[in-house]
Design a protein around this ligand. Sequence first.
Ligand code: SMO
Length: 794
Amino acid sequence: MTPSGVSGFDRARESRGRFTRGGGRYVADLALDGALSVGFVRSSVARGRITSLDLQQVRAQPGIIAAYCGQELAGLAGPIPVRYGPGQVYEWNLLATDWVSFVGEPVALVVGEDRAAVEEAAELAVVEYEALAAITDPKAAVDSSELVRPEIGSNLVFSATLGRGDASSILNGSFLVVEREFHLGRQSACPLENRAVLAYEEPLTREIVVSCSTQIPHILREAVALSLHRPASSVRVVLPDVGGGFGLKCQVAAEECLVAFVAQHLGRRAVWLEDRWENLVASNHAHDERLKLRVGFTNSGAITALEGEVTVDVGAQSCYPLSFALEPSSTGTHLFGCYKMQAARISARGVATNKCPTGAYRGVGASVASFATERILDLAAEELGLGRLEIRRRNLLSLADMPYEHPIGGVVDTGDPLAVFERLIATSGLREEANALELPDGVGQFGGIGLAVFTEHSGPGSAVYRRRGVTEVPGYDAARVLLRDDGTFAAYISSADAGQRHVEICQRQVAAVLGVDSRLVEVIEGDTASCPKGTGTFASRFAVAQVSAALRAARRVADRLVRAAGAYFGCPVEEVSQAEGGFAHSASGRAVSLDQLARWLYYPEGARSEEILELPFEELGYWDGGPALPCGAVLAAVEIDPETMFPRVRKVVAVEECGKVLDRDAVVGQVRGGLVMGVGDALLEEHLYSEAGEILTSSFMDYLLPSFDDSFEAEIELFEEERLFTGRSESGAKGVGEAGTIGAVAAIGSAAADALWRRGASLDELPATPFRIFSSLAAASSRSVQEVADGQLE
Ligand code: SMO
């Protein structure tokens, strides 16, 4: 426990319904009395130089303790080396020193006694800029000599070639080549709880304690230590409840390091609670991708090869730790993930612009990759006169193909996407007549159906990150399972719960291995002081990497316990049997309970020579075995209002094959939440910038999140068969955290495209907003958008 009462230990008492009963405890709920409030002055200019920055009036305000600009901060905090490709590094100044690169970039830091004082004082900062033309169009940016980051020397900040085989010549010899461009807009994760951090220095140990709403406690600890020029071991990150991360909180924020700096430098508790404006303009955006694909088919509809480019507008900064490599790499590797082909070659590129930096957002890269994949298949089906079901049946991987070395990269170890797809068709009662899918009952005339079969690279191991040049992500997760002297167990795990019910699930898994009631196992996570180092919670890592590590540690402890019982009885280990609450030795009729055994171990009657009896009685487990490759198939029906062109989801059926299901409710909950989240990506959410680089979507009035009204009751079926369990996790689980979102974007997006196709129009850009739908109809009928809007649909 710490003086603030901040502790990972509360989390072990998690009970179902705690969050919905108001029992959550977030950073803002911690004891903030006496904590200094930290606020930021942010750039109003997208690109340019700071010519002068005057904080005198700020400092003169009542209640203001200190203010710093980037120049003053130099030498005190930061910079942090930030990677952007293999072997490529630049120095990330936590506050801009002289160069600004997006609207919202922090240029000064204000510290005061309360939030209102800080916000008012920050308004009085006088910052003058020499504004330069903003770079907002990634196409133009590639060849421009005007730079977003002069220290990199090019706006093409990431570039990699993915895939195997001679795709070009196979395409040249193919019966049909479908060529198409796709776009998914700029979007952001918008967790219910914005970013939040409280930091203080422990008076006795001088340790900096950072209590933060993050998905990556151990990585954040490294970054804070780097920025404060102190060893990581002198920084402790502790998580209270995290009100959603969705990828946003697997980046380190400059603000998080700066609050730790204030705590260290001023010796006071300091807090920053991000507001929604800051979250929308200056946390991290995601997606904003353009795909240009060429896919070949034989005359019978078999895919031959894939070739193309993925270009991501990655914004102004490489995020720490995942870097500019994240979205371009991820998109490439997810293309046609469940489909067979001979060769693939994808050029994956990240282009910097003067926009908010991008980072992870649930379904990173995979959602747009799946949308593009399914659109290409629908287009090819039409060209070849095949049904949309048939073209998928002819190309989907099945168990007979496993292991399958996918030309796009990596080996699919197990799975049966074809069977998952057939189950979807059976469950949804989908009918196809003369190559046209029938709209479900109740879906009106301007409706469409979308289908998606996708995979997700969940729980990637260290090799995946090293290949991308990312050195700050360990890639493994870890667990330490301990028998305590009272006969109970503790499992310290490296991940970080953000609402997924890690504690309960891990508790049950560990207890089952130990053969004890799960109430005897306390699971502790989110505290770098006690939990072993690991990667954290993103890329659907928990079931794959974290549970595997915990199971390994638990098996080692279970094995050691039996041998310890043998030593206690003075008998060979073969004669020990598990008994209710402990162990028994049938030959002598003796029994020992766990707490008796623990007491015997922790209060020895003399030195012991047996290694297994050494204290503490604990074992470590690590797992670095992913990615696992779950598979999902989703059907969505969308109906467009013929007057407003507003699309609505009318039906969603999802079948998920995620290997062994560790907790049915948690898996269904992940899928359900992901599906609804995907509605935003497919139909509603898009960040827009003016040509001058001003963000136009800085509130929820302009950035449309799905609301209750856009929600729906999805039919969700889990496809769990032992023959499909993966060896890439200890339990056979494959991870499922992002599946719902990926499937929703692809299926709902394709459904909107199908509705337009039925009207002779096409749609390859998401989100499918009313404006895009009007535009698509206008293009198809050679009318202006206004004419279509005036006439609506006849
Ligand atoms: S976008 Mo997820 O937290 O990898």
